[in-house]
Design a protein around this ligand. Structure first.
Ligand SMILES: Nc1ccn([C@@H]2O[C@H](COP(=O)(O)OP(=O)(O)OP(=O)(O)O)[C@@H](O)[C@H]2O)c(=O)n1
Ligand SMILES: C[C@](O)(CO)[C@H](O)COP(=O)(O)O
Length: 422
């Protein structure tokens, strides 16, 4: 019989190395591609078919942040998620708390994973599980070191070059038979061995043989502010693949809904306007609290309208300083997550841009492709049209740009839904 596997996600750290005076949230709750790092990590693990249980260990101060992250995770993640456990002062203590809780689930294997590594792939998990299936006591995802290694005791003392042959950088997941690693952790706690920064070093100390498994350079840990920026870029590129692997085919989604959206922004001094994430050169820019992307704002309102979840202002109030200068694809990706959470998909977007200037024709393809990328749908399901208002009104007077959007969403048919005429 196939052995069962649980994922233990450690998320109780404070992220001191990512000190950001403007945002003091721990790194696992900072947003990448419009949602918390932790929600990406949980989805990445939960979508693996062999992982049937996911437990997160959190800091007592982070309950609200944790709940918000779970809220925007995929529906299948919630189905596998256990009630959270509280972590400890060190990573080692947090893992032990999680293992104790998981001990009660009776799972055969546990994959211990950093919340701060949101890009763990199914390929990495497959390889680890196959090694455990073959009887390994412990398996470590790791990548070879690409750079020449140097050692020095202080910056002004002579350098020593270290032979990098056989040297690997440890990642997570680090996976074990659950009972074995729980016993090893309890033994370390009992003997007050508290210095382990990862679980395979603890397992080695306990006398277990740990095997290497090919990790993935993309599965990096967010440690510094620079890592967070890199993760944001990477998550935006990944979002299509991640969603596609966990969503239902459009043909199965029979409940078709439509939403409309409308937005206006005035011109200001500048040299480009942002339309659906594309920067269009112009003699002026659009004025707004965020990047004033009038097209994305209309599309986001239409998406929210289709699922009856308010409007852009109710989720991202202009009074909130964190959205100042924000790139508006964040808003649309958040609306898409809400559609995904209902088990649905966005099926079509139609936009009309109303302005005398800039001329949209030369940039129509660029705007359409950018909108398709942000909405995670093929370009053939996106339409971008433009018109003038015949020199009438504020658009006619070249005071700004208006955009109208219509979005079609397909949802699973809910047979239990009550209709008034039923
Ligand atoms: N007491 C702790 C410390 C760390 N972690 C988790 O362990 C993972 C890897 O640790 P690290 O990158 O060192 O995270 P932090 O301790 O948060 O970061 P820093 O060392 O910069 O404070 C993170 O997902 C972190 O949340 C934890 O659950 N409990
Ligand atoms: C577990 C880990 O992510 C493996 O690389 C790492 O050891 C966490 O601790 P660190 O202090 O950030 O190295």
């Amino acid at each position: 019989m196939e052995k069962t596997a649980a994922a233990l996600v450690v998320a109780a750290g404070r992220g001191a190395r990512l000190a950001d005076p403007e945002n003091t949230q721990p790194k696992q709750y900072r947003h990448i591609a419009g949602r918390p790092v932790l929600s990406h990590t949980l989805d990445a693990l939960a979508r693996h078919p062999r992982i049937s249980v996911v437990l997160t260990v959190i800091h007592p101060d982070d309950v609200a942040l944790y709940e918000a992250a779970v809220e925007v995770s995929a529906p299948e993640t919630s189905a596998k998620l256990q009630p959270f456990a509280y972590g400890g002062k060190t990573r080692q203590q947090s893992v032990l708390e999680g293992l104790k809780t998981l001990g009660e689930t009776g799972c055969d294997f546990v994959l211990i994973h950093d919340a701060a590594r949101p890009f763990v792939s199914p390929v990495v998990v497959d390889a680890i599980l196959s090694s455990l299936d073959d009887g390994a006591d412990g398996v470590l995802a790791a990548v070879p070191i690409a750079d020449t290694l140097k050692k020095t005791v202080a910056p002004d003392t002579p350098l020593e070059t270290i032979d990098r042959n056989g040297i690997w950088a440890a990642q997570t997941p680090q996976a074990f038979p659950l009972e074995k690693i729980l016993t090893a952790h309890l033994k370390a706690a009992e003997e007050e061995k508290t210095e382990f920064t990862d679980d395979t070093s603890l397992a080695e100390w306990a006398g277990e043989t740990v095997l290497l498994s090919e990790g993935d350079p993309q599965n990096f840990k967010i440690t510094t502010a620079r890592d967070l920026k890199r993760a944001d870029r990477q998550a935006r590129q990944y979002s299509m693949a991640i969603r596609t692997s966990s969503i239902r085919p459009l043909s199965e989604l029979q409940d078709v809904r439509t939403g409309i959206g409308y937005d206006v922004h005035a011109f200001d001094k500048g040299d480009a306007v942002i339309l659906a994430g594309a920067s269009i050169p112009h003699t002026r820019k659009l004025k707004g609290h965020s990047d004033a992307d009038v097209v994305l704002h209309a599309v986001t309102d239409a998406t929210l309208g289709a699922i009856g979840e308010g409007d852009i202002g109710s989720h991202f109030p202009p009074s909130d300083p964190q959205w100042k200068g924000a790139s508006s694809d964040i808003f649309q990706r958040d609306a898409l997550c809400r559609v995904n959470k209902l088990g649905g998909r966005l099926a079509h977007v139609d936009v009309t841009i109303v302005c005398e200037e800039p001329k949209i024709g030369p940039y129509r393809s660029e705007i359409r492709e950018s909108l398709a990328r942000i909405c995670d749908i093929p370009v053939s399901r996106v339409s971008v049209k433009a018109t003038t208002s015949e020199k009438l009104g504020f658009t006619g007077r070249r005071e700004g740009i208006a955009a109208l959007a219509s979005v079609t969403v397909r949802l699973p048919f809910d047979e239990n839904e009550q209709h008034q005429d039923d």
